[in-house]
Every structure is written in structure tokens, then in C-alpha cells.
Ligand binder design. Structure first.
Ligand code: UD1
Length: 386
């Protein structure tokens, strides 16, 4: 090829990063094959914030991207430990590759650690899913978002609220690009593969045929770190699962809390759930495609995750978010999402509505069309050429 060559690093670290970054990697690869004026040499750097098959490795094969070119293996630890160690190791990767652009996604510790390291090394940064705000600074993610946005050169947004937030923070408009949602790109690309999977059979919840179920995910410190709050939630869920069984693929930190506080008795076995058609069952975390498959057939989803609020909105599945706020208001204003906070009565009321067919209906937000990565790659290419 005769054109220009540039180097880009994609940073991933925790579970929600993989599906946000994968479609951008794939779009760049496709563009490299078509375009003669610019070749982007791209590398995936995994910080190792999440690790093991279920929390990390399975996502690479599920999303059709290569294994990371670098793994910083930072592992778990306090916020300062994790952030500082990622910065030290990432600096060495930057010295080796000296990229033209570092792409970070979302709001996890890996995002902010790599954005700061790159900027201080004089390297430009693109933030995917910029501008979201919960306006709750007790959430570590809110701090990560504010800091990352404040130093990024390209800010790619998923919804209009983000554009307004960035403008209110004084970010100049020529850095902001409303492109849509790359997490939805991954969903659109993988849904047909996901629906082929026999996920309920695999987790032993099929029996003589399909069963109705609600799906639960919960991992935020505000919901699980305090034993009284956690047990309050689990008791409510257990009561609700008398109507429709509830399936709970649990994050390792949630499982740890359940075990430490001896709350396992609130759960049923898969055998009991199949026999009694009620009860709540704890299962291991699922890979990306299996999770999509369970989500799209659930009667409802209860969650404190950010991404799942968006995925359920796209799929049209009722979502009850056990948080007081959300940084993704489009899922409330246009989608199927409802905030229920830590209020068991509100949760029960909303589930009764769903069971009686009176659930909230939504529409798919603007530009959540599976093409956000293409728009991002067009912008990145012009930026790298200029
Ligand atoms: C992180 C993100 C959060 C995101 C979530 C998605 C930050 C500040 N938080 O939270 O925004 O919603 O990922 O899952 O970046 N652990 C394991 N195996 C793993 C990873 C973690 O056992 O692969 C356990 C460890 O006990 C660890 C704890 O989970 O101490 C917390 O992990 P950490 O990465 O610090 O935060 P998450 O709760 O996963």
C-alpha cells in the first residue's frame, strides 16, 4: 500500500469494555482491506481488571476479535492499587508502540487509568461512550467518566443527554460526535448466533420444555457491600420468584458477599425450580452470547448494570433498574427501563404490571442501528489523516 500508516491501541479491561470496543476493531480491519490511503495498525491491550474464562476470555471468541496483543494482568485490588498498576504497565506499552491514538471505552478504572497515561505521554485519546452522567459522585464510575471526558480529544456519544452534559462541562463542540451505541452494534451482530444457543438447557433450567423466568444481575457496591441492603434485596427477590422463577448469573464479588453473609439458603437448586416452577437460582456468570439469549427471552430483567439497561431497551424487554439514578436517561425516556431504587414495593408493583401484560413499551433510541462503529471509524480516520 502507498498511503499513510498510523497505529491505534484499543484498551479493554472489564467485562462491559469488550462489547463496546470489539465492533470498532472489526470496522477498522474492514476499512484496512478497502482503503488504500490509510492503514491503521491496531493493537488490543487488556489491563486484566477482569480475568478468567467467564469474566474475560470467553468474550473474545464470542465477539470475533483476536486475543489481546498485550495483557497487563493487573487483577483485583483497591481503586488506587488497580489504577496505579494499570498506569505503570500501560506506560511501558506506550513506550514500545508509540501509537497515534488510544481508544478507551465506558467508565471503568481501566478507562481512566489508560486515558491519563496516554495524555501525559503526549498521545491523543478517543473516548467511546462519552458524556454520560449519573450526577452521583459517590459512584466510582462517575469520577472515571468526568476525568476521562475532560482530557479526551475525540468524544463519541450514544445519546443526546451526553452531548448536553459535555457542553455544560465546557467541552468544545468540534470534539463531540454523536455516533450511536457500539454496544448495540455488538448486539446486532451477535443476536443471530445467540438465539441458536441452548442456554437454558446448559444451565439445567429447561426440564420438559421452556419455562418462564425473570433475569437478575446485581454487582454495584451500593447494592451488595452492605449486608442488610443485600439481604433486603434477596428477600424481596425470593418472594417475587414465587410467581415466576428468577435466574441470577452472579458476578464473583456478589457471590463472595452472599457466601460471607451466609445467604445461600434464600436460593433454590435448578432441580427445585424445575419441579416447583418457582424460586430463585444462582448460576455462574455467563458469556456474552448466552447472556443475550437469556435476556431476549426473559419476562423481565432486574439489574444495576449500565449496559443491560441499554440492551433491554433495544430488545424491548421490560427492565427494572435497582438504582436511584441512571447515566443513561434515554432508556427511561424512550426505552423500557424504569428506576425502582431500593424500594421493594415499587419493584413488586412493576413486576405485577409486567405479569398482567401492562408493561412499559419503548422505542429504539436514535442511531442505535448497529452502525455506530462505522461512524466512529470514519471520524477516527479523518482525524488521523489531518
Ligand atoms: C467493574 C467496574 C464497574 C462495572 C463492572 C462490570 C470499576 C470501578 N468498576 O466493577 O463499573 O460495572 O466492572 O462487571 O471499574 N473479581 C473476580 N474476578 C474478576 C473480576 C473481579 O473475582 O474477573 C472480584 C474480585 O473479588 C474483585 C471484585 O470482583 O475484587 C471487584 O472487581 P473490580 O474489577 O474491582 O470491580 P467490579 O465490581 O467488577
Amino acid at each position: 500500500m502507498n498511503g499513510m500508516k498510523k497505529t491505534v491501541i484499543h484498551v479493554v479491561g472489564a467485562r462491559p469494555n469488550f462489547m463496546k470496543i470489539a465492533p470498532i476493531f472489526v470496522s477498522i480491519k474492514e476499512q484496512n482491506q478497502r482503503n488504500n490511503s490509510l492503514f491503521i495498525d491496531q493493537f488490543i491491550v487488556h489491563t486484566g481488571q477482569h480475568y478468567g474464562k467467564e469474566m474475560s476470555e470467553s468474550f473474545f471468541s464470542d465477539l470475533g476479535i483476536p486475543n489481546p496483543h498485550f495483557n497487563l494482568n493487573v487483577g483485583s485490588g483497591s481503586h488506587a492499587y488497580q489504577t496505579a498498576n494499570i498506569m505503570l504497565s500501560f506506560e511501558r506499552v506506550l513506550e514500545e508502540l508509540f501509537p497515534d491514538l488510544v481508544v478507551v471505552g465506558g467508565d471503568v478504572n481501566s478507562t481512566v487509568a489508560c486515558a491519563i497515561t496516554a495524555k501525559k505521554a503526549g498521545i491523543r485519546v478517543a473516548h467511546v461512550e462519552a458524556g454520560l452522567r449519573s450526577f452521583d459522585r459517590s459512584m466510582p464510575e462517575e469520577i472515571n467518566r468526568i476525568l476521562t471526558d475532560s482530557i479526551s480529544d475525540l468524544l463519541f456519544t450514544t445519546e443526546q443527554s451526553a452531548n448536553i452534559n459535555l457542553s455544560n462541562d465546557g467541552i468544545s463542540p468540534e470534539k463531540i460526535f454523536f455516533v450511536g451505541n457500539t454496544m448495540i452494534d455488538s448486539l446486532v451482530q451477535q443476536l443471530k448466533n445467540a438465539i441458536q444457543l441452548k442456554t437454558m438447557e446448559r444451565v439445567n433450567l429447561y426440564g420438559n420444555g421452556p419455562i418462564k423466568y425473570g433475569l437478575l444481575t446485581m454487582h454495584r457496591p451500593a447494592n451488595i457491600d452492605n449486608a442488610d441492603v443485600l439481604s433486603g434485596f434477596l428477600k424481596t427477590f425470593s418472594l417475587l420468584s414465587d410467581n415466576i422463577p428468577m435466574v441470577f448469573p452472579a458476578h464473583p464479588r456478589t457471590v463472595k458477599q452472599i457466601k460471607e453473609n451466609k445467604m445461600e439458603a434464600l436460593f433454590s437448586t435448578t432441580h427445585e425450580v424445575l419441579r416447583n416452577k418457582k424460586g430463585m437460582v444462582l448460576i455462574d456468570p455467563l458469556g456474552y452470547r448466552d447472556m443475550l439469549n437469556l435476556m431476549r427471552s426473559a419476562e423481565y430483567v432486574i439489574t444495576d448494570s449500565g449496559g443491560i439497561q441499554e440492551e433491554t431497551t433495544y430488545l424491548g424487554i421490560p427492565c427494572l433498574t435497582i438504582r436511584e439514578n441512571t447515566e443513561r436517561p434515554v432508556t427511561i425516556d424512550y426505552g423500557t427501563n424504569i428506576l425502582v431504587g431500593q424500594d421493594p414495593e415499587l419493584l413488586s408493583e412493576e413486576i405485577s404490571k409486567i405479569i398482567s401484560g401492562k408493561q412499559k413499551k419503548g422505542v429504539v433510541p436514535a442511531l442505535w442501528d448497529g452502525k455506530a462503529s462505522e461512524r466512529i471509524v470514519d471520524t477516527i480516520s479523518s482525524f488521523l489523516k489531518s
